[in-house]
Design a protein around this ligand. Structure first.
Ligand code: HDE
Length: 691
């Protein structure tokens, strides 16, 4: 009777996927087998539904609580598993096992934007988090850094203000994931210590092409401690083997429309296809004498140490080689703690770092709801661990016996007395006297050199190419132009910028159409530092197709041989060839064969590629001249400074898209493959005016 009723309502038949010998039986969370996963239990055929239906209630109850609070910052992120291999012997500097030459350590990395919510887009202008958990045999080490080597503020007490100002505004709940609004610039312009970081944030560093092409930084000064207990100062750097690469602003904006998951997809697909992303871990090591001789304080997170002064030493390599099996269980529940640190590494007294040492443990209780979050697989150490902490919500470990206190003498009676401290192997805080961080009176003040807010912003600016400087100036203009309600903010910002560079301030003022205000009084006069090429993206970008995607636009009539040899050439150069056609079913090529498309034209705009080819026959070109998406495809590739290869017959489409000849516009020969390894920044003044 019931069966008949189900069929009558259309819920029977195919939707009933019943277990057979090969599939396991569906059960409740308490192990009771479920007989019907399609229909709730009703009183009679037409209901109502009965409270007694424990299968329904458990399912909905669990679903109702599927979300946990998202991270207050860095909510949007993507993660992957991998391995870190130490490649150099630094036992003279650190006794940490993770640095033993040849040692391989499992890692979990998570990359994130800062301001947006968990469901926000991947490509806003924003700093990126670069957090790595090393499951070392001496306990977890979490290096929780960013893709920029400095930070906005110097002291942890300002962090809630900074974050409140940059996140969506409190009353209107917008903008999502962006700093181009009143409250951020109000705060920034009133807080001159943000100036250096603002220059990085307004540069293309905040528009990474791929998570695989980002540098990473520990930001703070840390310490390395050797077996003799001697400490050195250290800064950590991650260097991508694919080279650093960024998009440009117009491209990043259009990427938001083209693919909300641009970075997440890129990371997942790369790992999925065996193109494992890699980074070198490098260190800058220095001592107290060096620290004291600099015009900045090494404990100030708004300052960097130029590589020209302390060269990078590569000590290891991280390879991400496994995607997560479950996003929530792993990427969402991973809990990074800057306090996770094994013997051989130590903190400095950087006042921003010191605040973080409190914050991350604290936040996990809100997010994961229990002090036992360390038992979640992605967070649990891979080495043996144990202590006398007991109980708490969601306790999953079942300690045996009575030994839950120490000292105890239970072992004398043959019972398990539990673990004991080890002066020899345990973490011992490095002697503070080894750095300019000795403690003294209790004061709410900052060291004197922290008052220099402009020297390194000037250093950063002067280290950039002309094109990069134009991008930075234009970003300031763009963002400050979005400051609507507060007239005083752009002027206050310009007054600060005059301390960095008069000409630059003028440039931004002109871009805004505002007069240059009186220069702000600097708390400490800036000094000139020698420019550093390592701070520029353009000066160290790799000319390579590796990890890059080439979009090839085809249509009916496209030359089959030309397509074949082009795809082969792209693959040989380690690039990815993606064929785009008006229809996903593909196009009929010159030899009569059908070539399936990897992407449909309307859904695969050229901003998702690093370079493009327009491979059309005369008839194919004539058809596409009437397609706005095709014209836009070419126009954007040109505007985004990409190489464009084209068949002769495609010229009318190039003309309609306003493509002008330059060294980035080529035929289909080898010249295209060479051109595709780079961007053509010199083209930019001909396609848009920058500040
Ligand atoms: Fe964070 N930060 N932060 N932060 N941070 C968090 O921790 C905080 C800072 C960074 O992928 C939160 O688990 C304070 C600097 C990354 O899960 C929170 C201060 C740097 C991630 C928190 C800072 C970072 C976070 C949010 C000033 C670069 C994402 C949820 C004292 C060196 C990690 C969470 C991941 C996440 C607090 C400053 C990097 C709220 C109080 C500087 C990459 O605890």
């Amino acid at each position: 009777m019931a069966d008949k009723a189900q069929r009558a309502t259309g819920n029977g038949g195919e939707t009933h996927q019943t277990a057979n010998g090969a599939t396991p039986i569906l059960t409740t969370n308490h192990g009771v087998a479920v007989s019907d996963n399609q229909n709730s239990l009703k009183s009679g055929v037409r209901g109502p539904t009965l409270l007694e239906d424990f299968v329904l209630r458990e399912k909905i109850f669990h679903f109702d609580h599927e979300r946990i609070p998202e991270r207050i910052v860095h909510a949007r992120g993507s993660g992957a598993h991998g391995v870190f291999e130490a490649t150099d012997d630094i036992s003279d500097l650190s006794k940490a096992a993770v640095f033993t030459k040849g040692e391989k350590t499992e890692v979990f990395a998570r990359f994130s934007t800062v301001a947006g919510g968990a469901g926000s887009v991947d490509t806003p202008r924003d700093v990126r988090g670069f957090a790595v958990k090393f499951y070392t045999r001496e306990g977890n080490w979490d290096l929780v850094g960013n893709n920029i080597p400095v930070f906005f503020i110097q002291d942890a007490i300002k962090f809630p203000d900074l974050v409140h100002s940059v996140k969506m505004e409190a009353d209107r709940a917008y903008p999502q994931a962006g700093s181009a609004h009143d409250t951020f610039w109000d705060f920034a312009s009133l807080t001159p210590e943000t100036t250096h970081m603002l220059f990085w944030a307004m540069s293309d560093r905040t528009l990474p092409r791929s998570l695989r092409m980002m540098e990473g930084f520990g930001v703070h000064t840390f310490k390395l401690v050797n077996a003799a207990g001697e400490a050195s100062f250290v800064k950590f750097h991650w260097r991508p083997t694919l080279g650093i690469q960024s998009t440009i602003w117009d491209e990043a904006l259009k990427l938001q429309a083209a693919d909300n998951d641009y970075h997440r997809r890129d990371l997942f697909e790369a790992i999925d296809t065996g193109a494992f992303p890699q980074w070198e871990l490098a260190i800058q090591v220095f001592d107290q004498e060096f620290a004291e001789a600099q015009p900045y304080d090494v404990l100030d997170a708004t300052k960097l140490i130029p590589e020209e002064d302390v060269p990078l030493r590569v000590i290891g390599r991280m390879t991400l080689n496994r995607n997560v099996d479950n996003f929530f269980a792993e990427t969402e529940q991973v809990a990074f703690l800057p306090t996770n640190i094994p013997p051989g590494i130590d903190f400095s007294n950087d006042p921003l770092l010191q605040g973080r040492l409190f914050s991350y443990l604290d936040t996990q209780k809100s997010r994961l709801g229990t002090t036992n979050f360390h038992q979640i697989p992605v967070n649990a150490p891979r080495c043996p661990f144990g202590n006398f902490q007991r109980d708490g919500m969601m306790q999953t470990m079942v300690p045996k016996g009575r030994g839950n206190y120490e000292p105890n003498s239970l072992a004398d009676h043959g019972e398990d007395g539990g673990p004991r401290e080890s002066a020899e192997k345990g973490f011992a805080t490095a002697n503070a006297a080894t750095g300019p961080d000795e403690t003294g009176d209790k004061l709410r003040i900052r060291p004197e050199l922290f008052a220099d807010h402009y020297s390194q912003a000037r250093l950063f600016l002067k280290s950039q190419t002309e094109s990069e400087q134009a991008h930075i100036a234009s970003s300031f203009v763009f963002e400050l132009s979005k400051v609507g309600l507060l007239d005083q903010v752009p002027l206050r910002m310009l007054a600060n910028l005059r301390n960095v560079d008069e000409e630059f301030a003028k440039r931004v003022a002109d871009g805004l159409g505002l007069p240059l205000p009186k220069k702000a009084k600097a708390a400490r006069e800036p000094v000139n530092m020698a420019p550093s090429d390592a701070l520029s993206i353009h000066k160290k970008m790799k000319d390579t197709l590796e990890g890059r995607a080439i979009g090839i636009l085809i249509a009916d009539g496209t030359d089959a041989d030309a397509l074949k040899s082009l795809v082969a050439a792209v693959i040989k150069a380690k690039g990815k060839a993606v064929v785009v056609a008006p229809k996903i079913g593909g196009a009929k090529l010159s030899d009569g064969s059908m070539r399936k498309a990897d992407g449909q034209l309307a859904g695969s705009p050229s901003q998702i590629f690093d370079a493009v080819v327009v491979l059309l026959s005369e008839a194919g070109c004539a058809a596409l001249l009437k397609e706005a998406a095709a014209v836009q495809w070419v126009m954007d590739a040109f505007g985004h400074l990409k190489a464009i290869g084209a068949s002769d017959a495609a010229q009318p489409l190039l003309d309609k898209a306003g493509v002008m000849p330059d060294e980035g516009v080529t035929g289909l020969d080898a010249a295209f493959i060479t051109a595709a390894t780079r961007r053509f920044y010199a083209r930019e003044p001909s396609v848009r005016s920058l500040a």
